[in-house]
Design a protein around this ligand. Structure first.
Ligand code: SF4
Length: 699
């Protein structure tokens, strides 16, 4: 859809477009809202701007709404009710992040709205913790009991875990905690770019996530950042990559990608450099040394002297990467008129922070900071973003735990025990998941598509806020988190005013902009000019190698879980649309296999689909094997998503959770592998043959 048509169809219909029709006895459920258009009586369609909350990227969306029906029970009788039903979600063409595109998880948001397992109202626990037995309660009841617990609690021991992006919602949580005298919220999600922010701040003094101007670059080396898969802002970088490759006449950018698994970015690169896990830092330092040795560093003085000295001593002998190849990559990069190094932590290690900083130092040497095709400073933060920490430890010390769509029991299995012991747990999520099963009360929030919100995208150089105002009536007896927090503070007699999307945006409006315009187009952009001052880094670089949990003699393999394109950190696992989506690399559907290299598989007599056991010092799991022709020898990889104890009818007790066998440091665990002879495994792949025929030079 182009901009002109977008403006033509932009709806002026206000929120709450629901109307009640006459009743009929029928057993229809909400799922019929997802039937194909051919089966629907033609009617008027409307398009409304909204925002995707599938990850922190904050893509602006465009939502197609038509008349629909649902069946509800009133006074014991089933009646059909006309509602404004959401049929499809696409990207908002005006939005600078999505630019009219969306990833599969963004499109699947509509299925989570109409999901049959959504919590339909407040509940209180009736069974033991973890048994997931709840009974309906009133809002007065649940708010009264939480207000009482918060009132009596030591406020320093109130822990609010959230997965919210920088947004009006996060600001509401921050203000609420401040009002009751509790510490700020803590992040509870994977892929929230904690190390990326810390590395940018310590190297450049920037607050936020640096932006790579990939679309204008000519030669790019990306290290550990699966930017086309799940890292940072996949739709934004996917669009940039399209421009980098095909958007400039007679100019095709060249990408070398270094990572310890063949990710979606590795598949699309001109050249993939398969690294051993934790080798991102030595690889980056070796590149830096070669730039210095060959006098290819344009701006050596931008890097502190002690850092340069360390780089000159970097080891050029990397396992599996020939020195000749390293020299060529360094030369190609530096001789380009627009060179760029992108660094990320798709798989984190104990030395990832230093690897990110080393890459920033290379960009400084290449003189590309603040330049077209280089590294751009992030837009000013609109609200402080919580960073990841040790969830188990934090929950263990808390008296009252509040969960805002946060699932610590899935992300860190140690936190199950801590949740079990907490004095009081309240969950605001839309589903009964692994952690909500341990809650004392459930206070379900509106679905994002039923909510008002303003979101600041995690990756943005020019600054923008994506805005969504409700255009469908909430399906159930849910509340916005702002409303619940306001009710809590009223009960506690504490002064608190929840921010609204309007109050979040208004300070940034220029004289010729209005709130109504922002709502109509779905956001405000750009807010501010980016800061392009050259940074003055002063911290030293630590080249210590990555450390791994587990004795190499007993646990000979590296194990690396990664965010999946379908389920991300597991939060999308309950959606059938995502379950039936083939993984773009392995083509596995409805389940997640362990990726094993061909040599290891041959030694153990494992073939595709065999059940294997992966054991670490911290636990074990069983899953089907996928003998991956491009897996790095000695490295087992597994996508995150399956293995939930509680997550509704489609995701509970399906498959294994790779996070459950990790050591304290994500992605840095050694394991052993064995074939399970007396168990059945199921590996469903969309396409098999072509994946067995590839030739991969690194073996
Ligand atoms: S990248 Fe995908 S999941 Fe993340 S905000 Fe954009 S559309 Fe949603």
């Amino acid at each position: 859809m182009d901009r002109r048509n977008f403006f033509k169809i932009l709806s002026t219909v206000s929120a709450g477009a629901a109307a009640t029709s006459c009743g009929h006895n029928t057993s229809d459920a909400l799922i019929p809202l997802l039937v194909s258009d051919r089966e629907i009586i033609p009617g008027e369609q409307e398009f409304h701007p909204a925002v995707c909350t599938g990850c922190g990227a904050g893509c602006g969306t465009l939502v197609r709404v038509m008349r629909g029906e649902r069946t509800v029970t009133r006074n014991g009788e089933k009646v059909r009710e006309a509602i404004a039903a959401i049929k499809k979600i696409e990207g908002n063409p005006l939005d600078p992040i999505s630019g009219g595109r969306l990833c599969a998880r963004g499109q699947a948001q509509v299925q989570s709205l109409y999901h049959p397992d959504r919590l339909q109202g407040p509940m209180r626990r009736t069974g033991s913790r973890g048994a997931a037995q709840f009974a309906a309660a009133t809002w007065d009841e649940v708010i009264g009991s939480l207000a009482e617990k918060l009132g009596k609690a030591d406020k320093s021991k109130v822990l609010f875990l959230t997965s919210a992006a920088a947004s009006s919602r996060l600001l509401a949580i921050q203000r609420f905690l401040d009002a009751i005298g509790a510490p700020p919220p803590a992040a509870c999600m994977l892929g929230n770019l904690t190390l990326e922010q810390q590395a940018a701040e310590s190297t450049f003094g920037w607050k936020g996530v640096p932006v790579y101007d990939l679309g204008q670059a000519r030669s790019v080396v990306s290290i550990g950042a699966d930017f086309l898969g799940t890292w940072a802002s996949p739709v934004f970088y996917g669009r940039q990559y399209g421009h980098f490759r095909q958007g400039r006449p007679d100019l095709r950018g060249r990408l070398v990608h270094a990572e310890s698994r063949m990710s979606l970015t590795a598949v699309n690169a001109d050249e993939w450099v398969p690294l051993q896990p934790g080798q991102e830092l030595p690889f980056t330092l070796a590149l830096a040394r070669l730039l210095l040795e060959h006098n290819l560093a344009k701006d050596e003085k931008a890097v502190p002297r002690e850092v340069l000295e360390g780089m000159r001593e970097a080891d050029l002998h990397l396992p599996g990467v020939e020195e000749k190849r390293l020299r060529r990559i360094a030369r190609e990069l530096a001789e380009s008129p627009a060179p760029l190094v992108i660094a990320g932590t798709s798989i984190g290690h104990s030395n990832s922070f230093q690897a990110l900083r080393a890459a920033h130092f290379i960009n400084l040497m290449l003189g590309n900071i603040g330049q077209p095709g280089g590294v751009l400073p992030p837009a000013p933060l609109l609200t402080e973003r919580p960073l990841n920490g040790n969830l188990t430890e934090a929950i263990g010390q808390a008296q009252v735990v509040l969960l805002d769509s946060a699932n610590p029991a899935y992300l860190q299995s140690g936190s199950v025990q801590a949740l079990n012991k907490a004095e009081f747990v309240a969950s605001f999520g839309s589903f009964l998941d692994d952690s909500a099963a341990y809650a004392d009360i459930l206070l379900p929030v509106h679905h994002p598509l039923e909510s008002a919100m303003a979101v600041a995208p995690s990756v943005s150089a020019r600054g923008n806020i994506t805005v969504s105002m409700p255009f469908v009536k909430p399906l159930y007896d849910t509340r916005s988190i702002e409303e619940t927090l306001t009710a809590l503070t009223n009960k506690m007699s504490v002064m608190f005013e929840a921010p609204t999307p309007k109050s979040f945006v208004e300070p940034h409006l220029s004289a010729d902009q209005t709130w109504e315009q922002v709502v109509r187009q779905g956001g405000l952009w750009p807010l501010d000019n980016a800061d392009t001052r050259l940074p003055k880094p002063d911290a030293a670089l630590d080249a210590a190698p990555a450390s791994f949990s587990g004795d190499a003699s007993q646990y000979p393999f590296h194990f690396q879980p990664y965010l999946s394109v379908q389920y991300f950190d597991g939060s999308g696992a309950n959606l059938p649309w995502l379950q039936e989506l083939p993984d773009p690399v392995s083509s596995a559907m409805f389940g997640i296999p362990v990726e094993i290299d061909t040599q290891t598989a041959a030694q153990l007599g494992v073939v595709n689909g065999d059940a294997v056991r992966v054991e670490s010092p911290h636990g074990s799991l069983e899953a089907p094997a996928y003998v991956h022709p491009a897996a790095v020898p000695g490295v087992l990889s597994m996508a995150i998503g399956m293995g939930h104890t509680h997550f509704g009818r489609y995701a509970s007790n399906r498959g294994a959770n790779p996070l459950s066998i990790l050591g304290p440091s994500f992605g840095a665990t050694r394991v052993r592998l064995s074939k399970v002879t007396n168990a059945e495994a199921q590996l469903i792949q969309f396409s098999l043959q072509d994946r067995e025929e590839g030739a991969f030079g690194h073996r």
